[in-house]
Design a protein around this ligand. Structure first.
Ligand SMILES: Cc1ncc(COP(=O)(O)O)c(C=O)c1O
Length: 448
């Protein structure tokens, strides 16, 4: 007979702040299925912890973003930001929808090519592009986003060696009221550095200037910040046209749109605070209104949106390994997934809900991971009903930056599955085993 697990009664202090001004509170409604597929069945087949991706959500978000911008602007290109999630099935889903690739390292460049992207549909960002990678990119016709003056000289030289023109854009950093500038990437606009860089590029016989790029930061909750960046790029493009007679073919505003996640320490839930794609589109289109170009020749707007496209398509299923009462009375759970898998739990309060029907009143619960480290805390306080060992929870909005930044610390990484638009389930990354790791190692002959 299945007897309910005994839960020792606890007196829990009532807390203010369950509701915010919209009357919403963190929900504890269980999530038993993803896109109609039972989570129990997924775990039975692929184990726990388990990352699950909804292809339907990926496609819906992509189309929502594209449509919000094409409503306002004639030419828009989405370049999938590989660092956000470079699982091949995820990348291919976006490429099938028409996305180009945005990569920031030779590794990512190769990954994009393996995912079937033609090099001339790759925007190559990043501060570190060794000569070999440059040669491959220039030969294939990729667009190199120049980060610094040394790189201009290097691209010039490598282009000469491979006997081809290099297609380039200049990455600029700029000041936006209320934002800390990401001034380490690109050259600065306000100081005049960017103007000098353009003059140097234009003087070269080997560089074809196609565009300007900026990435003002990430998870930016104020759409007007992107509007201001668009305005500044537009004015700079006007200047380049007036001074050098060059009409740019694109302006790239990078990434930075917020996802439905909730940043730690914020008052509103992410789904309430994060602007819609339409709001960002309006602000950016208004900023680009400054472009002094013939309508038919307006540059393409390139977006490298990462987290806002993929976060809510990703789920992490995790099983309760043990339950505890802490000395202060709080309930705590030891989970089989920790910060090794959910890197983003360092800055988000990820929504977490039970994966099965539950009984009992929710109370603040600390979620610990399995690592023998004090920092391994997935949520400092999540409202959850009583959960027993063997029961599961689902972390939501985990699609961005986790399956790229996860780490192999004292544990191997679990499987990842995708639920296709037709409900089929495919394993898109198998669980690692210890052999995957030891196969990279060698033992000196004197120790074997
Ligand atoms: C150059 C560049 N483009 C795009 C992105 C994606 O940003 P986000 O995930 O904030 O949309 C990043 C992330 O840092 C980036 O550095």
């Amino acid at each position: 007979m299945n007897r309910p697990t005994y839960e020792r009664p606890a007196i829990v202090r009532h807390q203010m702040g369950l509701m915010n001004k919209f009357g919403r509170m963190d929900t504890v409604k269980p999530l038993t299925h993803v896109d109609g597929v039972a989570i129990d069945a997924l775990v039975a087949e692929h184990g726990s912890p388990l990352f699950v991706f909804s292809q339907r959500t990926l496609i819906n978000r992509y189309r929502e973003l594209r449509d919000a911008f094409t409503r306002r602007l004639p030419r828009v290109r989405l370049a999938w930001s590989y660092k956000t999630n470079y699982l091949e099935a995820v990348c291919r889903t976006f490429h099938r929808e028409g996305a180009w690739a945005e990569v920031v390292s030779p590794f990512e460049f190769q990954k994009a090519v393996r995912s079937g992207v033609s090099p001339d549909r790759i925007h190559f960002n990043g501060p570190f592009k060794p000569d070999l990678a440059l040669a491959e990119a220039i030969t294939g016709g990729a667009i190199l986003h120049i980060d610094n003056f040394d790189e201009i000289g290097r691209i010039d030289r490598v282009a000469e060696q491979v006997g081809k023109w290099a297609r380039v854009a200049l990455r600029v950093n700029l000041a936006i009221d209320g934002l800390t500038a990401w001034s380490r990437f690109g050259v600065n606009l306000e100081s005049g550095q960017a103007r000098e860089a353009i003059a140097r590029i234009v003087a070269s016989d080997r560089l074809e200037l196609l565009g300007l790029h900026t990435h003002i930061g990430t998870f930016i909750l104020d759409a007007n910040a992107h509007g201001m960046a668009a305005r500044k790029l537009a004015r700079f493009a006007n200047e380049i046209r007036a001074e050098h007679g060059i009409k740019l073919s694109f302006l790239d505003l990078g990434g930075g749109f917020a996802s439905p996640n909730t940043l730690k320490g914020t008052y509103l839930l992410g789904e309430q605070a994060s602007p819609s794609f339409a709001r960002y589109a309006d602000a950016i289109a208004d900023g680009l209104g400054e472009l002094d170009y013939p309508t038919k020749e307006l540059p393409t707007l390139v977006l490298e949106t990462g987290r806002a496209l993929v976060d809510d398509a990703g789920y992490l299923v995790s099983t309760v390994h043990a339950t505890k009462r802490l000395p202060g009375g709080e309930r705590a759970l030891v989970m089989d997934a920790g910060v090794n898998l959910l890197f983003t739990s360092f800055w988000y309060d990820h929504a977490v809900v039970p994966a099965q029907e539950t009984r009992g009143a929710p109370e603040p619960t600390v979620l610990y991971g399995p690592l023998c480290m004090n920092i391994d805390v997935l949520r400092e306080s999540a409202k959850l009903p009583p959960l027993a060992a063997g029961e599961r929870v689902v972390f939501r909005n985990v699609g961005a930056y986790n399956v790229t930044q996860w780490m192999q610390f004292i544990a191997t990484r679990p499987a990842v599955v995708m639920i296709g638009t037709d409900g089929r389930v495919a394993r898109i990354r198998r669980a690692e085993d210890v052999g995957d790791l030891t196969s990279h190692e060698g033992v000196p002959e004197w120790l074997s």
